[in-house]
Design a binder for this molecule. Structure first.
Ligand code: ZN
Ligand code: FE
Length: 253
């Protein structure tokens, strides 16, 4: 089993470094500098780079890393990814020999159309799809696509550790609580996250079980959330329409 090291980048991004022995793999290196510092400091060799989608804060550091290490670059076949050597599609699996790990690829369109998530060893690296108590904005895909992507993720084992690419949980919880104030587990999470953030601790990774209990975007059939959505959009009847209404509401929250 590999270790996962969190590398903060920019204002609120996380780059995830997967390590086994002296081998390292990074997920979504938006910036090369903090990754190079850790690799040098820990005496690690970078063998592979995984990219979830084309946004600069997820792949802007690829070229800078390749200038130091001849790593393979895995990413969505349908997006423009720097120096991509292993184009991937949803449903595929691939092995990372340096980590002795196999990963399953999920197509999770919504934030971008080609967005992928990587699942292996009980961990999910999902970029800007699922966030703590929230989800990515719909820049390219439709609400139906994102809703379906989140459903696929929610179907993973409850104890899956989810590594998303941004520390957005605290702000997301403010919205979640405003639309589902009757959710006790949600109120408890608000308190837990406030304590963690006050100490400067991360809220990522989190479990699928926790998200299913507290993330409004995974709870579009809950009566309290349906009623909240209908207070904004009268025609929000099925789960996708409720999801769309909540996503739009959150954009302006
Ligand atoms: Zn993005
Ligand atoms: Fe991002």
């Amino acid at each position: 089993m590999f270790d996962v090291i969190r590398i903060p980048a920019f204002k609120d991004n996380y780059i995830w470094l997967l390590r086994k022995g002296t081998s390292a793999v990074v997920v979504d290196p938006g910036d090369a500098r903090p990754v190079l510092e850790i690799l040098e400091c820990e005496g690690l060799t970078l063998s592979s780079i995984l990219v979830t989608h084309h946004h600069a804060d997820h792949q802007g550091g690829v070229a800078g890393l390749l200038a130091h290490y001849p790593a393979e670059v895995f990413g969505p076949a349908s997006e423009s990814i720097t120096a991509l050597t292993r184009p991937l599609h949803g449903g595929e699996t691939f092995c990372l020999a340096s980590l002795e790990a196999e990963f399953r690829v999920f197509a999770v369109p919504g934030h971008t159309l080609g967005h992928l998530a990587y699942y292996g060893s009980g961990r999910l690296f999902c970029g800007d799809t699922l966030f703590g108590a929230g989800c990515g904005r719909l820049f390219e895909g439709t609400a139906a696509q994102m809703h379906d992507s989140l459903r696929q993720i929610a179907a993973l084992p409850e104890d899956t550790a989810v590594y998303c690419a941004h520390e957005y949980t605290e702000a997301n919880l403010r919205f979640a609580l405003s639309v589902e104030p009757g959710n006790r587990r949600l109120r408890q999470r608000v308190d837990e996250v406030a304590v963690a953030r006050a100490k400067g601790l991360p809220t990522v990774p989190f479990s699928i079980a926790l998200e299913k209990a507290t993330n409004p975007f995974l709870r579009c059939r809950e009566p309290e959330l349906v009623a909240a959505a209908q207070s904004r959009v009268a025609a929000a009847n099925d789960a996708v329409e409720v999801f769309a209404a909540l996503r739009e509401w959150k954009n302006n929250f």
